[in-house]
Design a protein around this ligand. Structure first.
Ligand code: FAD
Length: 492
């Protein structure tokens, strides 16, 4: 039997949660069904975080699925405000983007009962000069670091706020949508071999990483035009916390712009505060055919070293794909190489081996034991990470690393150069970013001619927690406006 809901939101990450709240704020009492493919927020442990092997968690990766979405209960997160995610500004309009950013930040931090400190602006001359000497400019924008306890409070707060006001179904995945008159008819997988049918007036797709290919496929089935994304590939570099600590204190989400015409690289998800960060393993399951695991990082504030060695810090370094054809061909060729080299599971190489394209003789246990810090992930093998990249990509990454790390070390007072740390840094691969096709959506993230909004990472415009929430709010307000109009017409 089919049930009818006014609004169905697929995905309980920051985009879906903020969308639900925006609708309820502007049109209280709206009948909302929030579908979440993953588990409840307290049931999202990741075996890799506990030093074990990634098992795929029965087809639902707990790092990217569950209430909170890619905000994982038990991890920390950084909230980076505009101009981080600046591609949203022309999409949403400058004034509106500013207001949405303020609202998103206020809502996201409301459960904390205080406004977290914002860093990342008003950098010291020493930081500016150290990067300028390598023709790099640090991108300044406000960033708040939420530690593990803070993020847990935020996620629990969102749950308390919404659970009593929306119908929340966990382990329930939207698998299809068809237009039926004014409504949409949805298919929802609620368990192995179990499906439910739901019809709705509005559908919001806030499916983030888990929906990276399935949401594009769904939109294509509905005839929505999509544009291929830009794809960046790279590695995550892990090292002793002391190497990144000084610059991390100035800018917790360090990103740079290049002041010259060198091949463009970017740092991604910098995790270099006083407690460093953990490398996270994301299991895309069958999104790209066979199982594929990629990397991310998250900053920590509460880890305690378990041995003699200091904790690890990390950052991602990415370059545009080069010499691999269009975005889809590039993605497929990169993943095929990754499968061939490492079976689609993260692997590691010494920095010296990576830069010189020479395989390490050491096994993973030897490499692990040799590092002057505690690697944050045990579930790795040693292998030729450099072979993931074309010559052009490898040249970009190595030249970019020397400039970026050279600037960090120059700023650090440690008196070290890049050549001094060649045996002290692990290169872990792969990072793979901006995979989402870009559906044609308007300034409220609505698809033309269909009662569908696409928000957050799935919109393919900008990544980030605040940015996802901004899009969710924009879409939610539009839905609430049309809901209020429909109610007013019905009363007349
Ligand atoms: C490990 C990691 C660390 C990160 N750290 C930061 C950080 O510190 N700061 C920052 O700004 N950004 C960070 N990011 C990126 C940020 O988390 C994302 O940009 C943001 O969460 C996107 O929000 P979203 O709501 O669009 O998608 P997501 O947060 O990915 O949430 C999507 C949700 O939808 C669910 N879903 C998917 N498909 C379906 C379906 N068909 N039906 C029902 N439910 C579905 C998923 O299970 C998931 O829970 C990090 C990402 C990762 C993976």
């Amino acid at each position: 039997m089919s049930m009818h809901k006014h609004v169905v939101i697929a995905g309980a990450g920051p985009a879906g949660l903020a969308c639900a709240r925006a609708i309820l704020t502007a049109a209280p009492g709206t009948d909302i069904l929030l579908l979440e493919a993953g588990r409840p927020y307290r049931r999202r442990p990741c075996p890799v975080d506990r030093g074990r092997t990634c098992t795929g968690c029965a087809g639902i990766c707990n790092v990217i699925s569950g209430f909170g979405g890619s905000m994982h209960y038990g991890d920390g997160a950084k909230l980076s405000l505009l101009p981080s995610g600046r591609r949203l500004v022309p999409h949403l309009g400058a004034d509106r983007a500013g207001e949405l950013c303020e609202t998103a930040f206020a809502w996201l931090t409301e459960p904390l009962g205080r406004t977290p400190e914002l860093l990342g602006e008003h950098l010291t001359g020493r930081a500016v000069d150290a990067f300028a000497a390598h023709s790099l400019r640090i991108r300044e924008y406000p960033v708040a670091v939420l530690g593990e306890s803070d993020l847990s409070t935020v996620i629990a707060g969102w749950h308390d706020l919404l659970a009593s006001n929306v119908d929340l179904w966990h382990t329930s995945e939207l698998t299809d949508a068809k237009k039926h008159g004014q409504h949409l008819e949805l298919t929802v997988r609620t368990g192995p071999g179990e499906e439910r049918r739901v019809s709705c007036d509005h559908l919001v797709l806030a499916t983030g990483r888990r929906g990276v290919t399935s949401t594009t496929d769904l939109l294509k089935r509905l005839g929505v035009p999509t544009e291929l994304p830009d794809i960046s590939v790279g590695v995550r570099l892990e090292m002793a916390v002391g190497l990144l600590e000084a610059i991390g204190a100035e800018h917790p989400d360090l990103k740079v712009s290049q002041l010259d015409h060198a091949q463009k690289i970017k740092s991604f998800c910098f995790c270099g505060g006083p407690n460093g960060g953990r490398i996270k393993v994301t299991n895309y399951q069958g999104a790209f055919g066979e199982e594929v695991l990629t990397l991310d990082g998250h900053e920590t504030t509460e880890r305690v070293p378990t041995g003699e060695r200091p904790l690890a810090a990390n950052f991602g370094l990415l370059c545009q794909v080069q010499g691999r054809g269009n975005a889809l061909e590039a993605r497929d060729s990169f993943i095929a190489t990754y499968r061939r080299l490492a079976g689609g599971r993260p692997f590691a190489q010494s920095l010296r081996g990576f830069l010189t394209r020479r395989a390490d003789a050491a096994s993973w246990p030897e490499l692990h034991a040799r590092m002057p810090f505690q690697p944050s992930v045990l579930d790795l093998t040693a292998g030729p990470v450099d072979q993931l990249f074309t010559d052009a990509e490898h040249t970009s990454l190595t030249a970019g690393f020397r400039r970026f790390m050279g600037s960090i070390l120059a700023h650090s007072h440690l008196g070290l150069t890049v050549d001094d740390v060649l045996d002290d840094v692990l290169v872990v691969g792969p990072e793979l970013e901006f995979l989402w096709d870009k559906p044609a959506i308007d300034a409220d993230c609505k698809v033309a001619g269909l009662p569908i909004h696409v928000v957050g990472d799935s919109a393919g415009i900008a990544q980030g927690i605040v940015q996802a929430a901004m899009m969710g709010i924009a879409a939610g307000r539009r839905i609430a406006t049309s809901t209020s109009r429909t109610r007013a017409t019905a009363r007349r």
